[in-house]
Every structure is written in C-alpha cells, then in structure tokens.
Ligand binder design. Structure first.
Ligand code: NAD
Ligand code: MG
Length: 381
C-alpha cells in the first residue's frame, strides 16, 4: 500500500501553546482557509458555528471559509461587522450577543473569528461570555493578528474610558494562520504587523533579527515561504512567553517593547488615522533603543543596525508631521504616566542591553526620557 504524501505538508508549520488543559495549536501555512473544515472538524464539538468577520474581509475571504466548512458538513451563520476599531465597542458587543442568542448558538457550538485583531478580540470576548463561555477559533487575516493578537488569549473591547478595559483572558481552541490571506492586506497594515515581528527579534532572538535583516524586504514584498517562517518564529516567541506567564505577571511584559512610548504617541494622536498601532510601536521601539543607547546599555552600533533595518523595510522611525499638532515631550510623558503599566507612580520601560536582549526596568531617569523624546520629536517627518 502506498501512503499518500501531500506535496505541501512541509509548508505547514504547527506551533503548540502549552497551557495545560487550555493548550492549543497554531497552524501556519498557505491557503489554509480552503482546508479550514478539515482542520476544524476534529476540534469542534458540534456541527454548527457562528463566523464573525468585517466588511472588508467578508467579500475577499468569507466564501472560501463557508465552502470549506460545508464540505465537511459544518453549518454556519455569519455576522459581518463594520471594519475598524469602532467595532470593539460595548454597542457592537451587545448587537453580536443579541444575534448569537437569536440564532440559538448553543454551548457546544463555536465562534470563528475571521479578521484582524479587532474581530479576534471582540469574538474572543463574546465567546468568553456567551452562555458562560463557548469555544472559539481564530483565523487571523492581518499580519498583526497572525503574529500577535490571535495568540495568548487576551480578548476584549474598548470602553469610553480607554482601550481594552473590558475583557477576559480566554484562549482559542485553534489558530489557523493562513499567510495567503495577507496578499490582500494594504501595505500600511502589513508594515504595522511587521513592527511586532521585528519586536520579537529585538527582545529575545538575535539570530531571528539577523534573519529579518536578510529577509525583511522579501517578507514585505510577498514571499510566501519567508512569511510562513516570520509568522512561525513570531508565534513561537510569543507562545513561549505566554506559556511562562499567561496573565502578565512578569516576563510577558517584555512583549511591550516599544509600547510605553508607542501608546503615548497613539494617545497624543487620538488613535486617529495619522498613526496606527504598529507605526506607533515602530517609532516607540526606536525611542526605546535611543533611550537604551543614551543610558549606556546598548551600543550605538547596534542602535544604528536597528535604524538601518527599519529603513530597509520601510518602517517609520520618526513621528509624522500632523497639522494642528505640536509634538511636545512633556505631553508624551504625561500620557506615559496614565499608562496601565505604571505601578506605584513609577514608569516601566522595556529597554535593550543588546539586539535580542531586552529587560524590564523602572530605573530610568525622567530627564533622560525627556531628552530622548525632545531629540526624536524635533525631527518629525
Ligand atoms: P484590524 O482588525 O482593524 O484590521 C486592519 C484593517 O485591515 C481593517 O480595515 C480590516 O478590515 C482590514 N483587513 C483585515 N484583514 C484583511 C485582509 N486579509 N485583506 C484586506 N484587508 C484586511 O486591525 P489589526 O491591526 O489586525 O488589529 C488591531 C487590534 O488588535 C487592536 O484593537 C488591538 O487592540 C488589538 N490587539 C490585540 C492584542 C491581543 O493580545 N489580544 C494584541 C495586539 C493588538
Ligand atoms: Mg502591540
């Protein structure tokens, strides 16, 4: 008897997330969406699911998913939400819960998130609360959601008081990261996700950073093999950190490299169209690197290497010029002081001792922070 050998099996990579009985797998490959039914069938406890997606993703990718589910006898309902951060709201959550209950989605049925981080966070939170918790599956469609938000179980929505303030730690049953879906992603969104990819190299993996230096432009241009490897390395890094520290008591904080500065930039620009999260993180990483150099932790040479890599892939390094906004270091410092990572009035920074070696510290002099901000803001694009 000959054993059938699938020709593309080597292209599929599986990364386990080890969290005891909440463990699950991240499957990474090309065109997984067309085979979603095959991947989901063994995971699902019944033969009906509710798919949540957005108005941009639905016309591009929803049909392939529903066809594949149909092929293995899984029924579905679809809920298509407006695209964008505004869907991570209490109002949308209420509408979604209403539709799920109207459709009589039962406890043994499941939700599928087909979309970026907005859909993933909202769906995960809906799943965590519907009938006290039903299964959910992530099919992330942006680079950011494939390398970051779909992994680790943080789910939630925004409150008028701030981002992600209502939510739960709730792990999916499976993550299907189909890098083929990224071919329809706008370049700006792709780069936003790449900022998080490079973050993993910088915070803990010197070799991965070196690999990104060689392969970053190919990843941006659409090389499928390079994209699979970049997603695989990224989720392995995140999964390893989450397995050690699911609820962010310690090492998980390293994932915030670039985020203390980045969140301040986002807050100052009002989470508007001028600066998206990944762009803010990219500039925030540069600021964290500059602060590390200023404090004598990171060599200037390594600092320059980071700048060169950002340049080679097209990641932003400077804040944009925005009409009506005058960048001021003390205003950014104020935003940092509002950050949820502030404890006992002390700012927490993730800094670099070297490329691939980040650490958390509260031992930072405010004048140094202000100096770095002043220099970085003075040369707005
Ligand atoms: P997003 O979900 O808004 O997607 C970005 C844009 O791309 C949207 O307009 C979307 O419609 C569109 N899009 C998605 N997939 C597409 C595709 N394949 N082709 C074409 N267009 C596509 O944003 P995002 O950047 O994916 O996620 C951001 C959200 O993720 C934020 O709300 C953030 O708070 C959250 N987040 C969560 C975590 C976590 O751990 N849970 C981590 C990081 C970020
Ligand atoms: Mg982030």
């Amino acid at each position: 008897m000959t054993i059938p050998v699938s020709t593309d099996v080597s292209a599929v990579s599986r990364v386990p997330v080890s969290l005891g009985e909440r463990s699950y797998e991240i499957v990474i490959g090309d065109d997984l969406l067309s085979q979603a039914g095959t991947y989901l069938k063994p995971i699902l406890r019944s033969s009906r699911v509710a798919i949540l997606t957005d108005e941009n993703v639905a016309p591009l990718h929803l049909e392939r998913l529903t066809k594949s589910l149909g092929e293995v006898g899984i029924d579905h309902i679809s809920i298509i939400l407006p695209a964008g951060e505004s869907s991570k709201s209490l109002a949308t959550y209420e509408k979604v819960m209403d539709q799920l209950l109207e459709a009589k989605i039962q406890r043994d049925e499941a939700l599928i998130a087909l979309g970026g981080g907005v859909i993933g966070d909202l769906t995960g939170f809906a799943a965590s609360t519907l009938r006290r918790g039903i299964d959910f599956i992530q099919i992330p469609t942006t680079l950011l959601s494939q390398v970051d938000s779909s992994v680790g179980g943080k789910t939630g929505i925004n409150a008028p008081q701030g981002k992600n303030l209502i939510g739960a730690f709730y792990q999916p049953k499976l993550v299907l990261a189909d890098v083929g879906l990224l071919s329809s992603l706008p370049k700006r969104e792709l780069l936003a996700g790449y900022a998080e990819v490079v973050k993993y190299g910088l915070l803990g993996d010197f070799d991965f950073f070196g690999w990104l230096e060689a392969n970053g432009p190919a990843i941006i241009q659409g090389d499928i093999t390079a994209r699979i490897k970049a997603v695989e390395k990224s989720v392995k890094a995140k999964a390893a950190i989450v397995a050690q520290d699911e609820r962010e008591g310690g090492v998980r904080a390293l994932l915030n490299l670039g985020h203390t500065f980045g969140h301040a930039l986002e807050a100052e620009t009002g989470y508007g169209p001028y600066l998206n999260h990944g762009e803010a993180v990219a500039i925030g990483i540069i600021m964290a690197a500059e602060l590390s150099v200023k404090m004598g932790l990171l060599s200037g040479q390594e600092g320059n290497r980071i700048h060169s890599h950002f340049q080679s892939v097209g990641l932003p390094q400077k804040v944009p010029n925005i009409v009506g906004l005058s960048w001021q270091s003390d205003r950014l410092l104020d935003h940092m002081r509002q950050d949820k990572k502030v404890s006992a009035g002390k700012l927490t920074f993730i800094l670099l001792k070297a490329i691939g070696n980040a650490f958390t510290t509260q031992d930072v002099a405010v004048p140094d922070v202000l100096d770095v901000l002043t220099i970085e803001l003075s040369s707005a694009n």
